[in-house]
Structure formats: structure tokens, C-alpha cells
Design a protein around this ligand. Sequence first.
Ligand SMILES: Nc1ncnc2c1ncn2[C@@H]1O[C@H](COP(=O)(O)OP(=O)(O)OP(=O)(O)O)[C@@H](O)[C@H]1O
Length: 288
Amino acid sequence: MNALEVRNLTKAYPQFKVDQISLDVKRGYITGLIGPNGVGKSTLIKMMLGMVRPDSGTVRILGCEMPAQEVEVKQRIGVVSDDCFYYEHLSIRDMQQMIAPFYRKWSHHTFNRYLEQFELSPNMKIETLSKGMKVKFSLAVALSHEAELLIMDEPTSGLDPVFRRELLDLLANILQDEHNSIIFSTHITTDLDRIADYIAFINRGKLVFSEAKDSLLERYAIVKGDLQLLDSDIRKLFVGMRETAVGFEGLVEDRQQAAQLFGEHVILDKATLEDIMYYTAKGGRIHA
Ligand SMILES: Nc1ncnc2c1ncn2[C@@H]1O[C@H](COP(=O)(O)OP(=O)(O)OP(=O)(O)O)[C@@H](O)[C@H]1O
């Protein structure tokens, strides 16, 4: 079963378009939403949450239609972002008192435990929180009402390496309960190397792929070789490539095809998520 289903979601701004994106987040797993800066990840997440009205397309969260069943959905999801949706002039304590009555399953005990773990004082005003502290605060809120789906927009971008690791461990823990699911947008792909099960890749407002991370990393490969191997037909096999005076390095989508074609003449390496994102963005290839 899917925790989140997005179908043909489209939003056109004067200079930019999120174009016909369809995507599933499977229940019990972490889906990483990756893409360079400015390709539409936040716009897509805001459409999922009903904060930006799409021109067309549909969103279902935990079996409920958005935005028609938004009130029910908001009980069961947690949103983690540094783009704060809270009252800036209130303290964390006052904000908690305001938020708690909205949730059927709010736990003061859990909230206070996370404040302590994240080293946030209840007296701190929201407006004085750093980017990373805001992420910690929204995570504490999400975890205190037993959210079944966490929707996280660039949660690690303002965080120091120590808390980044802690956060990733915490997310892996949340997933111990097979009803819980996470969608996590980031341009720091190394975070997802460790924890994501599925990867959805957005480039220039379009979905490039959405699939299991392991199959993706098996399928793609980095090819390194001499420049004389390249002609115009061979170049077309590459999603993107980089040439130097001595050789080339490029990303292919079909590792087996590259192995058969080049044989011993090249080095074939595993591609990382960062390689896939870098070369796809550079090569400009989009296959919706
Ligand atoms: N309200 C708006 N009006 C006009 N253009 C907008 C609006 N919101 C976003 N955009 C444009 O849409 C594009 C995508 O922005 P978005 O924030 O969704 O990208 P992103 O992938 O989340 O980027 P980043 O990783 O930098 O946050 C940008 O070019 C942005 O300027």
C-alpha cells in the first residue's frame, strides 16, 4: 500500500513549471526526493500539503484525498522543514500549548523528551531559532503526535554533521514500525545513500525516475576511458560526461550494455546517487 500517491501534478509559474509529476511513497519505507537546487522539489512538496494549489493533478495521502480531507490528513502526518509554519513571536512552550489541542494523539511527555534530546529550551522564541533548531523543533512536533508519514523538505541542509547523523539514525528508528513512511527531499544525496529505500529524481520540473535505490545503483555505472574511444554514436549512450586532456568519465544508464560494448577498454565503477544527479543535470536528459 502507498502512503502517498501523486498523479500528474502540474504547476506553471511564469518562469518555471512542475510538469506532470506522478510518484508513489510506499508504506514502511523511506523515499528520497533528489534534484539540484531550483528544480521544483519544494513546490512539489507544497502541492502535496495543499500549500500551493496545483493547476492539475491529484494527491492522496494515507488513503485520503487532498485537499478535501486535509484536516484528517494533518492529524496523521508530520511536516519537517526549516520554512517555519509557526508563530515566530511565541516561545517553544507557548507554541506547544497552542499546537497540542489540535492533535488527537499528542504526547507532552514525548515532546519534552525530544526537546531535551535536541537541546532545545522551552523558553526559546521561535524567531530566535537557527535553521537547524527549527528543523529539530518541527521534528519534535511531528514525533509527538505519532505521525504515520513524515514529509521532510531539505531537513538536513541547516544541520551540523553530528545532528545530521543523529537525525538519520532517528529516521531509521521510526521506520522500525512498518506503518510509518518518510519522504525526504534533499540535494545532499549522501544522506540518502545510508537510509533511503526508494529514490525519486526531479530535474527541471520533471520526474526523471522513481525506483528502488538498490536497482538504480545496479543499473547505472560510471565509465572511465581514453578519449579516442568516443565518437558521436558512442557519446549518445552517455547520460552526461566530463572530458579532460587525458580521458573521459561519464554516466551510463545501462551498465551491462556498457560492459559488452567497451569490454576491457574502460574502467566501470559503481555510480553514486550524487553521480547520477550530477551527470543527469549536466547532460540535461529528461525521460518523463
Ligand atoms: N510562488 C512562486 N512564484 C513564481 N515562481 C516560483 C514560486 N515558487 C517557486 N518558484 C520558482 O520555481 C522554481 C522551483 O523552486 P523550488 O523551490 O520548488 O525548487 P527546489 O527544487 O525546492 O529548490 P531548492 O533545492 O533550491 O530549495 C524556482 O525557479 C522558483 O523561482
